[in-house]
Ligand binder design. Sequence first.
Ligand code: NAD
Length: 468
Amino acid sequence: MIEFDLTINGQSAKTDNYFDVKNPGTGEVAGRAPNASLDDLENAVASAKSAFESWSQKSDDERQAACLAVAAKIEENAEELAQIITAEQGKPLNGLGSRWEIGGANAWAGYTAQLSMPIKVLQDNNEGRVELHRKPLGVVASITPWNFPVMIAVWHILPALRTGNTVVVKPSPMTPLATLRLVQLMNEVLPAGVVNIVTGDDQQENLGATLSAHPDVRKVVFTGSCATGQKVMASAAETMKRLTLELGGNDAGIVLPDANPKAIAEGLFWGAFINNGQTCAAMKRLYVHDSIYDEVCDELVAFAKNIPVGVGSDENAILGPIQNQMQFDKVERLVDDAKTKGRVLLGGSAGEGLFFNPTIIADLKNGDALVDEEQFGPALPIIRYTDVAEAIAAANDSPNGLGGSVWGTDLDAAKQVALQMECGSVWINKHGAIQPNAPFGGVKGSGLGVEFADEGLAEYTDIQTVFC
Ligand code: NAD
């Protein structure tokens, strides 16, 4: 049984009660997490506020060294963290599973440590000198979802630390355990109070809502659903908090007539099914040109049907279960509806427990629920088109705009299509391949602001312009 306490002001803090965290692959209790009270949350914010006084005054070199030490801690404890993620999230250890997630967390931590925000001289002449300074904000609240618990926490916490802020982390009630351990490890190399964590079951208290409205929190970085993101934005208004909101997506892929179906099948599959489809920037609908439609469908199914599905701790498994019952029910509802409208090429039914067979359903169209709604699970709808302009219009006919992709052999032509897609990131002949040196964020209803690279780092600062 995995069990951790809160970490507040560098100390382990016990709570009055704990809640069970289930292993989605087995249905058994994987561990217990602290059910923090509002007093615990107040202590965490107060501790971060107090630590900000000295952390924000540290030299750039000191903060960089501390971030590198955090990256090293993740690397040293990679296997333990991966095992905890697999136990609570359900994803396999192998493939693009929990070991891969920890590798990503370590890479992002190391890269973010190397970034910096030096003073920029805007003018220096006989009319005067103007300097642009980047100043830390104060206490940052990080609220995370259940799909990539450790990697997303690292995406939130490291740029905050690097720029001189202090943090209170609030993970999803579905996957709190690996983040509790991550924050313990960070506290082995950081001053007390710089990173604190509160966890709860969202029943006793809504810690996320309280943090989003807290007067001593200067910024909220939130990754999760559009509906909750909108609530965070509303709560943040009164105290004019800075916000980064990474919300849901309904990413489209467009396969052009000159694509090579066999060559793209593997990329299409992983673009859609990474983390069992439970990925914000996964490909969630696929538009394929009529001239190669059947071939693309056949190649995709031929690749997909050989992917081993199993409990996360099975070293041979490549895809695992859906993480929770609510998400499972949503996927099942969308697939049941799609079966009455389209043609099932693969799967289409539930397995045992929270397992759902990887599903591909052809001959759907915009207006069908599996195309219009974010399924966030292992079910891909395929839509036939004859005119590229029509496919672009259908892809853009969505309130979301996180990612998109175009598949074809003429790269210039593919880029012309890519530029017409309404989304924050667009890939050619791949999908969802984010990297720490490239800004990532959504347009339209998919969010506000970006993460990663200099542009993401800047979001943890206020500008002060100094006129000398
Ligand atoms: P969710 O919105 O249900 O929960 C996210 C977090 O918000 C959890 O920690 C939850 O406890 C907390 N929360 C609940 N109510 C709150 C409130 N009123 N105020 C503040 N916080 C509150 O999302 P989820 O189900 O955990 O994650 C799935 C969703 O996240 C999907 O829509 C997916 O597309 C999106 N997502 C987006 C990205 C991205 O980078 N764009 C990445 C991963 C997931």
